[in-house]
Design a protein around this ligand. Structure first.
Ligand code: SF4
Length: 58
């Protein structure tokens, strides 16, 4: 699954980056962005656990 992070909503908590580092990285603005596709279950968990619901399926 490919994910998209809403840059205006992300609060830079780092949770998704810690959980799925192959998919999410913090960019130069300190916001998470999806850099690759990831396993459906891992990406779905990131979607479900983001505290501000900034991640969605792309
Ligand atoms: S879990 Fe949500 S708020 Fe936290 S860094 Fe990832 S996208 Fe941003």
């Amino acid at each position: 699954m490919r994910a998209h992070v809403d840059q205006d909503t992300c609060i830079s908590c780092g949770l998704c980056v810690s959980s799925v580092p192959d998919v999410f990285q913090l960019n130069g603005d300190g916001k998470a962005e999806a850099i690759a596709e990831g396993p459906d279950d891992a990406v779905q968990e990131a979607i479900d656990t983001c505290p501000v619901s900034a991640i969605r399926e792309a």
